[in-house]
Design a protein around this ligand. Structure first.
Ligand SMILES: Cc1ncc(COP(=O)(O)O)c(C=O)c1O
Length: 430
């Protein structure tokens, strides 16, 4: 089989050399070295599981062998394990436009959403509606359903189309629960505008930043966001199942009452009192003992991003991601026309996150296409019903990766490589 990368026909109007030139002029290009990436892989799935930073293994090894192995329980104090959720939260806060004492790391995004949604509803006792989008990531909807059940069935989960969220705000809405970047299409909501609309209607906002944190500029406080949750394992590169984070705006912390009143959220856990007294500030959002080994890995991911940024802001990452996704869309354009790939991601860079998705009519074909690309070392993923999804993590992707990925896509389509039995059977994780 010919290697399409050596083929003389370029997959688009621009040449691979021109893409190499973009890399040569990219100030972020050297940051790729901070990651351990297999050379044979073009990784377009950092929006699902971020790549492993080089420092992570040594950091986790140290936490295992020295901090735990030799120092044992003293490390809760001496290695700073006990306040790692707050320390790490303060670092993430800097990436999402929050103050250091407004973010903590804990649990999963789903569990954090349970805490935050319960607390937000308690702050609007006279209202009964949780407003969200029909296509929201399912865990957000499942958690909202669970919270409503827990509250005795008095609340309504009102689901509308994404573009109708603002128009659906009325005096019954207690909380607007919105995911900033849609996991399927990659469309990005205007956080400031929607938050202002929610506030004008008297509602509070919860933002799911799963596909935003570490991806582009997020300005929680400038947007006057009330609460937020987000993932550690995507663009923050914290590793599989990394702990998540949550944000409670300073002005809501005093009245923040969450149901998982565990001892790590107590004002003084080691007084071992009978009654629960919430800690001051965002620490009251904590529940049980933090998973230190996982948090050490997440801290390595966050530190890697902070070191890569140096004095620069997230705007630098945002600009590179916009350029990568724009290049990908442009190169795929002729293939999309020829092979009926429907671009479902907004064309305006500011209206999308760091991903590009194509709907393919028939889910079988989209799934098989993604599998055929993976077989060639181009890793994206599939989301039901029929979406092939490609993520562009700007810290470690090169412009030539975009060019090469499209060359492979072109070959897979031209040779119908996807049309093979081996690519049809769905695995547990798609
Ligand atoms: C938008 C969104 N929210 C939440 C989650 C899941 O979060 P967790 O597994 O940390 O509960 C995901 C996972 O992909 C997601 O895309």
């Amino acid at each position: 089989m010919n290697n399409p990368l050596q083929s003389s026909s370029a997959p688009g109007a621009r040449t691979r050399e021109q893409f190499a030139e973009l890399d040569a002029n990219d100030a972020l290009a050297p940051e790729r070295e901070r990651f351990s990436l297999p050379p044979e892989i073009i990784y377009l799935d950092g929006n699902s599981l971020g790549a492993m930073p080089r420092v992570t293994a040594a950091r986790v090894q140290d936490a295992l062998e020295r901090q735990w192995g030799r120092k044992l329980i003293t490390s809760w104090n001496d290695a700073g394990w006990v306040d790692l959720p707050q320390r790490l939260g303060a670092k993430i806060a800097g990436l999402v436009g929050a103050a250091g004492d407004e973010v903590v790391v804990a649990d999963s995004t789903s569990v954090n959403l349970f805490k935050v949604l319960s607390a937000a509803l308690a702050q609007r006792p006279e209202r009964r509606v949780i407003l969200s989008e029909r296509g929201n990531f399912p865990t957000d909807l499942y958690i909202a359903q669970g919270v409503a059940r827990q509250l005795g069935g008095k609340h309504e989960l009102r689901l509308v189309e994404r573009q109708d969220l603002a128009a659906s705000l009325d005096e019954d809405v207690a909380v607007l629960l919105a995911t900033q970047v849609d996991y399927r299409t990659g469309s990005r909501l205007d956080m400031a505008a929607l938050t202002a609309a929610a506030h004008a209607a008297g509602a509070l906002t919860i933002w799911d930043l799963a596909h935003s944190a570490g991806a582009f500029r997020v300005e929680l406080n400038a947007a006057r966001a009330d609460f937020a949750v987000g993932c550690g394992y995507k663009y923050l590169n914290g590793g599989p199942g990394a702990p998540a984070f949550l944000f409670v705006a300073k002005r809501h912390q005093q009245d923040f009452v969450q149901p998982l009143s565990g001892w790590f959220g107590h004002e003084q856990p080691f007084l071992f009192e009978t009654g629960y007294r919430p800690a001051a500030g965002v620490a009251r959002a904590l529940c049980g003992s933090p998973p230190i080994l996982s948090m050490v890995a997440l801290e390595a991911g966050v530190d890697t991003m902070l070191a890569a940024l140096g004095d620069a802001s997230m705007a630098v990452l945002e600009a590179k991601a916009a350029a990568l996704t724009t290049c990908f869309i442009e190169l795929v354009e002729p293939l999309a026309d020829q092979y009926q790939l429907e671009l479902v991601t907004p064309r305006a860079a500011a209206a999308r996150g760091n991903q590009v998705s194509y709907a393919m009519g028939d889910g079988e074909r989209a799934y098989a296409l993604v599998q055929a690309l993976i077989a060639r070392g181009v890793v994206g993923d599939f989301r039901t019903p029929n979406v092939a999804r490609f993520g562009f993590a700007p810290l470690y992707l090169r412009f030539v990766d975009v060019w090469d990925a499209v060359a492979h896509l072109r070959a897979v389509l031209a040779r119908r490589e996807w049309d093979s039995e081996q690519f049809r059977s769905r695995r547990a994780v798609t």
